[in-house]
Each structure stands twice: as structure tokens, then as C-alpha cells.
Design a protein around this ligand. Structure first.
Ligand code: 1GP
Length: 237
């Protein structure tokens, strides 16, 4: 396994197994200078489409991690597994229920060392993840910060993922969240399509995730890598 050096990551591409990507496009993504690839999505994720995408990314040297959203689609062979715990869900299934059932069933064979729990804070009510996980995503900045603090200070999760999937979020809220953290790293994802947005997100969060634009405008997606990496962020922790 490659060592997962989360604290050194600044830019990550997220690839969706349910979406087509050509070998040529995948080559560009994997050789872009990004720090890692996350494989995951909110719908249409299966074992078969995940194993296929993982095998293709595996030809490259960069770390590849799976963000688990469906137990049936967990594929052995990733460098690590991000385990979302949806902080602002209204259904405890998405916070601990599915996790409990997974451990009850498969606990004896869990690669515990490879699991990285993330406090997932979904702030775009329109995104699929918000709908699927029944999240109360219309939060004030103060409410959002408090949820992130639950993850950081009470649950002591190593990551807080601020998810605006499909829409560029409120960077003031992301900054406020990061400032309030004692030990968790803050990942931001959602609607990063331009160099300016990539820079703004890089000023607000420890790690910036870029997803959809890969499938819409490859040149714009690739430009976000250097844009993020050019921004130095002060140590918060
Ligand atoms: C989605 O946070 C990621 O889970 C990235 O969002 O697809 O909007 O870039 P976009």
C-alpha cells in the first residue's frame, strides 16, 4: 500500500465510477500533478464499475482511495477508504446505522488501518448526496461551524468534508469551519470550475476536491491543480 499522507494533500480529483472517462482523459487526470484520486459518487455506484475504474487508475503511481457510499460496492485494493458519517443527516442510518450493520456483518475482515472516517457536512440542499442522505443542508454559518466542531472536538474525526457538490459554496463558511478546528483537516468540494474558484477554495480549506468539471471541460479541470497548489495556507493545527 502507498502511504496515505493526507496532511500533505492540497488538491484531489474525484472520479465517479458511474461516469464514462476515456483512457486519454484518465491519463491527463492521473498525470496532472494532483495529490490523489478519490473514487466515489452518490448514485449508480456498483462493485463492477468501481473495480473497473480502480484497475485503470492503478496503472499510475498516485494514491487512490475509495469514498464508500454503498457497502455492496466496496472493492479491495484501494490505498485507503474514506468512510462518510453525515453530520447533518436527519436519518441516523447515514451517521452510524449503515456503519454498524457493516461492522456487524464484516467486522472480522475489516482493514481497520485503511479506514479514514470523515465528518460529512452537506451544505447544498439540491445535490444528490443531500437528498439521498436526507440531510438538513440549509444551515447558517454558525450552525455549520457547530456541526463541524462536533466532528472535530467530540467525535475527534480526522477529516471534515464540506460538501457543496455541483455548486460553488460559501467560502466564508468554509474558512470559519477551518478556523474552528482543533485537529481535523477540512476538505472542500463543490462547483470548482475556474482558476479563481480553485484559489478561493484553496485559501479556505486544507484540501480541495474537484469533480464534475473533469467530465465537462478537461482543460479547466487540469488548471485547478496548479491554481490550488500555488496558494499557501497557514497551518491551522
Ligand atoms: C463531489 O465534492 C465533490 O462529491 C466535488 O464536487 O463535482 O461539484 O466538483 P463537484
Amino acid at each position: 500500500m502507498d502511504d496515505i499522507q493526507l496532511p500533505s494533500w492540497r488538491h484531489v480529483f474525484k472520479l465517479d465510477p458511474d461516469k464514462e472517462i476515456s483512457d486519454e482523459a484518465l491519463d491527463k487526470v492521473c498525470l496532472s500533478g494532483t495529490d490523489a484520486i478519490i473514487v466515489g459518487g452518490s448514485s449508480g455506484i456498483t462493485f463492477d464499475n468501481t473495480v473497473d475504474l480502480m484497475a485503470r487508475i492503478r496503472r499510475y503511481e498516485l494514491p487512490v482511495v475509495q469514498e464508500v457510499s454503498d457497502l455492496d460496492a466496496v472493492v479491495p485494493g484501494f490505498d485507503a477508504y474514506l468512510i462518510p458519517m453525515v453530520l447533518n443527516t436527519t436519518n441516523p442510518d447515514w451517521l452510524v446505522g449503515q456503519h454498524q450493520r457493516a461492522i456487524e456483518q464484516y467486522g472480522y475482515m475489516m482493514p481497520w488501518d485503511l479506514l479514514i472516517p470523515e465528518g460529512y457536512l452537506i451544505l447544498n440542499p439540491e445535490c444528490t448526496a443531500a437528498k439521498v442522505s436526507e440531510a438538513k443542508a440549509n444551515l447558517t454559518k454558525k450552525e455549520a461551524v457547530a456541526y463541524a466542531q462536533v466532528a472535530d472536538k467530540l467525535m475527534r474525526l480526522p477529516l471534515v468534508y464540506v460538501e457543496y457538490s455541483g455548486a460553488f459554496g460559501d467560502m466564508d463558511a468554509v474558512k470559519a469551519i477551518r478556523t474552528a478546528m482543533s485537529q481535523a483537516f477540512v476538505i472542500y468540494g463543490g462547483g470548482v470550475t475556474t482558476v479563481e474558484q480553485a484559489q478561493e477554495a484553496a485559501e479556505a480549506a486544507d484540501i480541495v476536491v474537484v469533480g464534475n468539471i473533469i467530465y465537462e471541460d478537461m482543460a479547466a479541470a487540469l488548471a485547478t491543480v496548479n491554481a490550488v497548489k500555488a496558494v499557501a495556507i497557514e497551518d491551522n493545527i
